[in-house]
Design a protein around this ligand. Structure first.
Ligand SMILES: [Zn+2]
Length: 158
């Protein structure tokens, strides 16, 4: 099973273990910005580096939109996600958004350094007037008014 590592793994894992994983090429640049010594160490025994094509990036953005997590993701995050989705790999990440999206797409997710989230987030609209609650598929910036009483609604994590 292919294992895709996010940048936290590049920072914290033993280099021998990193060498067995797969990363996006842009992560090495990110790692260099975060820690030059660490970058030099990882570069001496690197993971498999892959580039993702535009179609895979688009798929990743769509997957992120489905859980409402797209806004919080960096370009590097999108590449990591695209790689994991494309390879149907195990994703090693501490980023809750990436974990959430990958789980929602049926991928196995493992935390790097912290405990993983228990389950995929669900979102609900709650009316500020009559308190009616509606399940929504994903987080979105456009919040419709309540269909029952017409009051504004708020988005909550269910
Ligand atoms: Zn209402």
């Amino acid at each position: 099973m292919a294992e895709v590592l996010d940048t936290a793994a590049l920072l914290f894992w033993p280099v021998e273990r990193i060498a067995q994983g797969i990363c996006a090429e842009s992560q090495m640049q990110e790692l260099r910005r975060l820690s030059e010594p660490r970058f030099l160490l990882v570069e001496s025994n690197p993971p498999e580096l892959m580039n993702v094509d535009d179609a895979a990036l688009q798929e990743a953005r769509e997957a992120a939109s489905r859980t409402g997590d797209l806004n919080g993701l960096s370009p590097v995050d999108i590449e990591v996600l695209a790689l994991a989705l494309h390879l149907q790999a195990v994703l090693h990440s501490d980023d809750y958004r990436l974990q959430n999206i990958a789980r929602n797409e049926g991928l196995e997710v493992k935390p790097v350094n912290t405990k993983g989230i228990e389950k995929v987030w669900k979102w609900q609209l709650r009316c500020t007037g009559c308190r009616a609650v509606t399940d929504v598929e994903s987080k979105s910036d456009e919040l419709p008014d309540c269909q029952i009483c017409g009051s504004p609604q708020q988005l909550k994590r269910a």
